[in-house]
Design a binder for this molecule. Sequence first.
Ligand code: 5RP
Length: 235
Amino acid sequence: MTTPPQTTQPEQEKKLAARTALRWVRNGMLVGLGSGSTAAFFIAALGEFIRRGDLQVQATATSLASETLARQAGIPLVEPRRGLRFDLTVDGADELDAHLRLVKGGGGALLREKVLATASDYLLIVADSSKVVPQLGRFPLPLEVVPFALPWVLDAVAALGGAPVLRLMKNDPTEAARSDQNNFLVDCHFGAVPDPEQLAFRLQVIPGIVEHGLFLGLAQAAIIAHETEVFVHQP
Ligand code: 5RP
């Protein structure tokens, strides 16, 4: 007899948080679709509702991977255009604190994620309980970096007290991982970050850093699943 595949607790929590986010979706909304495994659960659940005729929405995805999932799920997609605003974007996070300050980019999609978060009236974060931290910094901060600028960006991050590591491809560790824009990704270990706003300011003035993974003042609410319960955090 074959044993069915086990779902881990974080996976169950991700699914629960993602499905709960459907309560925020209304007919006619323009929805931003996040990236990563929790956002993927949301995309699948939204697709189910659309295919059943229970919801009618249009969407734009924050990564090529999420765009593919959305197409497979039957979610109608709209291309970026001037004036486009999203009623709601649902996305995951690598870390979040009590002020809904986030670290994102573990999946490498931080640039498009920040573009859609900024073009959204409401950013709703969906996460399993392991993502909540008292202080940001446990998860290395991702940067998207123009390849030409890499050596100087590494120097500049080290001068700020960080330990930068060029992200490599999982299936070929001799090759650098690339973002959807074909840029490099650099994961920066800063340790605890007591002042994320100051770090964000210092990073955004370094030439060659296209975007950093600190999302500050962007999220309106977070759905955190803890075991079988969900908590909505709205500071
Ligand atoms: C991708 C992201 C993801 O939202 C983040 O990595 C969380 O992923 P997961 O839901 O798989 O834990 O920022 O760039």
